[in-house]
Design a protein around this ligand. Structure first.
Ligand code: COI
Length: 369
């Protein structure tokens, strides 16, 4: 039981009735309330839940100039039993702490982080979508608000948590996701901020991402920053290759994000007795395995994306195509297993879910995706 019982200022103008739950996007509509907490005089203060709305910061705020900011992404689900569940918030709390350390931001109490999420989800429980594949996406963010143009850690910060009813990040209705292995630009280098969840990592991917889209691909597949030889991640998700019967994913050496879904996939593979390796995998090895007919499947794993099968990878002039429709794909099994746990359709033997106590409203309807 949490020690935190946060004050709530309820909205007087709910926007819920205006939301088209039959046509959700990803993160373009926000729920009625947000969590807010400020850091000043050397301590985090005034945690509370308030109506979602514009905030005021000075134009001199350090985050706007030097990017001292971190964020997280996790999800809450309305279960098949109508219970509300948040998936693995403790892991996000830990990763947020690591990101804060890297960006010189004062740590947040992990219990406050989890309590704030649970209480916010409870307050906005009517915003939780009901269809399989949909969820309430939770976005914690911390940024430096001290007005100052010195390049230094700030002495004031704002910690917000906002939520948004969402579908999955990638629509894979027309098949899987297509990737272009990036030969020139770099997402992260050893010693940099690649493993921290900070906005600059994402801003740096926009230009190469636009080039990938212009060439007909959904996303950029990042290669290592030194030689552009080893596969790293997709940017919105970690990546897995199935070569013969072994699953391979790049190791957490500091340049890629330690994904919660990545961790869940590895746990599920291990418990199923599947062979898996966390090791560097070069794009040449990927190409050779494809040529030899040994590369069976490629998929991405991320909170927003869940498990996204990869249909096409381009590297220079070579295009690799993958079957994403067959029955029996590991990506489908992993997707189903994770979503079943998240929605209470399968037993949560790992204790991954935190059940949120909230007044129960009748579910709109529970339909398949
Ligand atoms: C997530 O998967 O939660 C992410 O943060 C990726 C994203 C930038 C939508």
């Amino acid at each position: 039981m949490s020690d935190y019982n946060l004050p709530v200022t309820p909205t007087t103008q709910s926007r819920l009735a205006k939301v088209d739950f039959d046509d959700l996007g990803f993160g373009d509509v926000f729920s009625d309330h947000m969590f807010s907490c400020e850091f000043y005089n050397g301590t985090w203060q005034d945690p509370q839940i308030v109506p979602y709305g514009p905030i005021s910061i000075e134009p001199g705020a350090l985050c706007l100039h030097y990017g001292q900011a971190v964020f997280e992404g996790l999800k809450a689900f309305r279960g098949v039993d109508h219970l509300l569940r948040v998936f693995r918030p403790e892991m996000n709390a830990e990763r947020l702490q690591q990101s804060c350390e890297r960006l010189c931001i004062p740590a947040i109490d992990q219990e406050l982080f989890c309590a704030a999420i649970e209480q916010l989800v409870a307050v906005d429980e009517k915003w939780l979508p009901t269809r399989r594949g949909e969820s309430l996406y939770i976005r914690p963010l911390i940024f430096a608000t001290e007005p100052n143009l010195l390049v230094k850690p700030a002495d004031r910060y704002l910690f917000l948590i906002i939520t948004a009813p969402v579908r999955e990040y990638f629509s894979t209705e027309g098949g899987g996701v297509s990737l272009r292995a990036e030969p020139k630009y770099t997402r992260a280098a050893m010693g940099g901020t690649g493993s921290a969840k900070t906005g600059g990592n994402y801003a740096a991917t926009l230009l190469p991402g636009m080039e990938s889209v212009a060439l007909g691909f959904d996303q950029t597949l990042w290669l290592d920053g030194r030689d552009h030889c080893y596969v790293e991640e997709v940017g919105q998700m970690n990546i897995f290759f199935k070569i013969e019967d072994t699953f391979i994913t790049p190791p957490l050496h500091g340049t890629i994000l330690p994904g919660v879904t990545r961790n869940s996939v590895l746990t599920l593979l291990k418990d199923r007795g599947a062979k898996y390796e966390e090791r560097p995998i070069s794009i040449d090895e990927v190409l050779a395995a494809y040529e030899d007919g040994k590369l069976k499947e490629v998929f991405g794993a991320g909170t927003a994306a869940v498990i996204a099968p990869i249909q096409r990878i381009a590297y220079q002039d070579t295009i690799l195509e993958f079957d994403v429709e067959s029955s029996g794909l590991a990506s489908q099994w992993l997707y189903d297993t994770i979503v079943d746990i998240q929605t209470g359709a399968a037993e949560d033997t790992y204790g991954w879910n935190r059940i949120v106590s909230a007044p129960q409203t009748p579910a709109r309807s529970m339909t398949g995706s």
